[in-house]
Design a protein around this ligand. Sequence first.
Ligand code: ZN
Ligand code: ZN
Length: 433
Amino acid sequence: MDAVEQKILAAVDAQRETLLAFAQDIGAHAEPGFFETRTAARVAELLRGCGLSPQTGLARTGVKAVLQGGAPGPCAAVIGELDGILCPAHPAANPENGVAHACGHNAQLTALVGAALALSAPGVAEALSGSVAFFAVPAEEYVPIGTRQALQKQGVEFCCGKSELLRTGGFDGVDLALTTHVHMIPCESDLLLGNVACNGFTSKTVVFHGKAAHAATAPHAGVNALNAAVLALNAVGLLRETFRECDTVRIHTNIREGGAALNVVPETVVMEAMVRAATLEALDDAARKFDRACTHAAEALGAHAEILTYQGYMPVRPAPANPALLAAAAALPGLSAQCAEPGMQNIASTDVGDLSQVMPVVNFTHGGTAGALHSADFAVTDVDKAYIAPAKMMALTAYHLLKDGAVLARRTMDGFTPVFTRESYIETVRRQG
Ligand SMILES: [Zn+2]
Ligand SMILES: [Zn+2]
């Protein structure tokens, strides 16, 4: 272990109690996406305590502070997500809004703040060629359509945090991103290094338009929109055999409005759906088939399907463990680590996927928790593995990327082929929505 690594580990250990208190405080005051004002203020306060000057209010609530290294070089963003998930049954749910950190984002923020404390410690930043942007970002969890529409009226065009930050320039100047999360797929090791593939999704609202009539005396005069929706659901179910296993397609639906009065033929039925798949191509294919099934099932019964498509998240592009992650994990011999492998697939989705289409993402996940994500039984069971180790991993990984003229960061950037430029990303999202 070199002297800078020792300083990083000592700095995090020296701030252990501060970090645990921060994790606990954020965990007890979870806030929904784009409304994380208290959380953002606490992050900004700790970043100021590191001698940094955070920008605030990025994409509403984002906080970013840049630490300059001793020499010029690339900019690595250390990301932490600010939001909780609506989970009123969780014992730590915020009584004001029912939101809880049942996805462990308070652990990410603790890692971010811990990395800022460590990398700004005397003798550490000087060893970096480049800069580190500590970036607390809003709204990773899915923002419901109604909230999205209200936010759009207030100028939030893209309704997930990283996407809106890409649109508004928050990531301009950032060359690569460091992300972490509690384990998102089953993993026995304390650390899982690299990017496991994650499904992307697109969100749909289908309004089936029929014609009202007396349900008993004159059904022949009506067009039953609920029957159209049921036929569409059956058609979507029958499409299942056309989806390849490797594309991990999932289509889940609900009926938000199923008709007005029982003795009236349903005139308007509103169905919501999420279509998920492992690649942009598979997502496109599944979404087109879904649209086709709804359109023609409705036509078959004389109804009409109006399909509204909303922005979802893009798939995470898988990536093997970056050498900087391997070097960081080697400095933490008390923790077990394994690497992401081809074929590992997370069926859920995250807007880290959007980022991974535009810039290199260096990611690890960690343990220290029990219970299922997004559920009332999710809990941190080991504060060192959930809060302290990720802080050390983040700081050490940033150091290994940016030390020695940032050779590993540059190699990571050179080996990355973006699917989109920032401009073409914005155009693509606008076309979807
Ligand atoms: Zn989540
Ligand atoms: Zn999460």
